[in-house]
Every structure is written in C-alpha cells, then in structure tokens.
Design a protein around this ligand. Structure first.
Ligand SMILES: Cc1cc2nc3c(=O)[nH]c(=O)nc-3n(C[C@H](O)[C@H](O)[C@H](O)COP(=O)(O)OP(=O)(O)OC[C@H]3O[C@@H](n4cnc5c(N)ncnc54)[C@H](O)[C@@H]3O)c2cc1C
Length: 277
C-alpha cells in the first residue's frame, strides 16, 4: 500500500503513506476497502479470507415500559441511569448463548412521543398517553447478537456523489438472538411488575451499535486483521474501529473500541521503534 486517494475542494488527490489506518466504522470501513479492489486484490483490499464486510453485528435494544401510580419524572436522570450486568455473568436457566445488560430509561418528551407514535398512537390517544409521561418507567437492553457470515455489507450499483458505489446492509436475527430478546423482555416485565407498574407494553423493534465486518482473529483464513488490527494480506494497512470485533458482548462497545485503538497505536509505535514498520 503506497497511500490514500481522497477528494477535497472538487478534485481527487493522493497522499503517500508508509502506513494507512482505516477507521470508518463497521459500514464505511468495508465499503472503502471493497471499493478499493484492484487487479491484485479483486475481492477488495486485503480480503483473501472473503470475510471483509461479513459478520456484521448489531446489538439488540428492546424495552419494556409501564406506568407507576406515583410520580417518577424519569427525565431528571441521564437516559440510562442505572444498569445491571447480571445476565452477562449468570447463565442459570438460560436457553441461549451470550448475555445482555439492561438499564432504566429516561426519554425526553419528544423522544417519548416518537416512541408512542411508532406504536400507532396518534391524536387523542397520543395526548392521553402523554398525560402519563411523569409516571412512565422503562427498562431497555443492550443485547449480544451472534456473528453470522450472511449478515453484512456489500456494494450496490447505486453511486454516491463521488461516483462510488453505496453499501447494501443485510441483517437478520438468528434463533439465538430471538431467544435472548424473549428472555430479556420477560425478565424486565417481571421487574416492572415487581415495582408495581401497570399498562406494561414491549418495544420490540429497535437495535443499537454496529460491529464486525473486519473481524480480528488468529488465523488469516477466518479473519481479516490480526490481534494488532493489522491486515493479514497488506501489513501496512491497519483497521482501527468497531469493525474488528469478532463478537459484541452484551455491553456498550465504545470503551472497548477506544481501548483497542490505544493498543493498536502502542503496537505501531513499538514496531516503528524497532524498525519493523
Ligand atoms: C445515537 C447513538 C448513541 C450511541 N450511544 C452509545 C453509548 O451510549 N455507548 C456506546 O458505547 N456507544 C454508543 N453508540 C455507538 C458509538 O457511537 C459507536 O460504537 C462508536 O462511535 C464507534 O466508534 P468507531 O471509532 O468505530 O467509529 P465512529 O465513531 O463512527 O468513527 C468513524 C469516523 O469515520 C468517518 N468516516 C467514515 N467514512 C469515511 C470516509 N470515507 N472518509 C473519511 N471519513 C470517514 C466518520 O465520519 C466518523 O467520524 C451510539 C451511537 C449512536 C448513533
């Protein structure tokens, strides 16, 4: 790899580089590399495993909501005020692999009204529901979804304003993901019932966070980058974002993404100091 072609002020330019770090996240990183295919790398840059763009993982983000007799005023706390990791560590009675955390919610009125509209409430019904706003309580998960090769990013025929193909995202839950979500919804419902909530309902169609698509691994045949986030096929090409996750776990991902970025920077520095870059 000799550098990066980029566009600024209406024209394409080239920046020579000894090392290139791609950090575009789980959609744009594979898109960029798939769009950078050459005769030497016809499947996309450094994609001999064929896994670039595959194993995209969302995290499930379902919620259970209810109304308490007493006033709660959940908006006074941060949106995710209290969190438990219980089901990331306890496997008792589970019928699924993996885990989830769940947290209390405090959506602001506009977000709450949007959630109600998505449920089909409008007009008088929406206004009645909003009357309960200060009594609403809710719990929501960040759930682990399993990596599957069929989920991912490919290129379409459609081009953006620079003439580059836009990505197509393909995603569906597997049975394990669905069992995890069912477990979480039932458990959170029990928690709200124990707190005395009524009019309990489930918000089922939500996801959060994207990871995967340039997975890290020990074997170049089954991964895209090594433990240093260095591409197997092109050693001076690095990936430094959430796309390197081989699995997601049941927690928010950003601190791990940052930790991996710091580690990769340390590795680049150490290898450079030893004259190995
Ligand atoms: C509404 C919302 C709430 C969230 N809440 C949380 C949370 O509470 N906790 C948590 O852990 N995570 C949260 N996330 C997820 C979190 O933001 C991401 O996991 C994290 O930012 C990913 O980091 P990254 O470095 O991999 O990618 P990003 O932070 O997305 O960085 C990628 C960068 O690359 C740039 N880029 C992409 N393509 C190109 C290109 N071709 N040329 C130049 N630049 C390019 C993008 O503009 C972007 O700046 C939330 C995300 C959203 C959208």
């Amino acid at each position: 790899m000799t550098g990066v072609r980029y566009r600024r002020e209406g024209r394409w330019r080239f920046q020579r580089a000894r090392n290139v770090v791609v950090a575009g996240y789980a959609i744009e990183t594979p898109r960029l590399r798939l769009n950078s295919a050459t005769s030497r790398f016809p499947q996309g840059l450094a994609n001999s495993s064929g896994l670039l763009g595959r194993n995209l993982m969302v995290q499930s983000n379902q919620a259970v909501w209810g109304v308490l007799e007493r006033e709660v005023r959940a908006y006074k706390g941060p949106p995710s005020l209290a969190l438990t990791e219980h089901w990331n560590y306890c496997d008792e009675g589970k019928d699924f692999f993996g885990g989830y955390c769940y947290m209390s919610q405090g959506p602001l009125p506009i977000v709450w009204a949007g959630a109600q509209a998505k449920r089909g409430l409008w007009g008088r019904k929406l206004l009645d529901q909003m009357e309960h706003y200060n009594h609403q309580v809710g719990l929501k998960i960040v759930g682990e979804c399993l990596p599957q090769e069929r989920n991912g990013v490919t290129l379409t025929e459609i081009k953006d304003q620079y003439g580059l193909p836009v990505p197509r995202i393909t995603y569906s839950y597997c049975d394990n993901d669905r069992r995890l979500i069912r477990h979480a919804l039932d458990f959170m419902r029990r928690a709200l019932e124990a707190a005395g909530a009524r009019e309990i309902w489930e918000e089922t169609d939500d996801t959060c966070h994207l990871n995967g698509t340039a997975r890290m691994g020990e074997d170049r045949r089954t991964s895209v980058v090594n433990a240093d986030c260095r591409c197997w096929d092109i050693p001076n090409l690095w990936v430094c974002d959430g796309s390197v996750f081989p699995t997601v776990g049941g927690v928010n991902p950003s601190l791990t993404i940052q930790a991996i970025a710091c580690r990769t920077a340390d590795r680049i520095k150490a290898l450079a100091a030893r004259g190995e870059l």
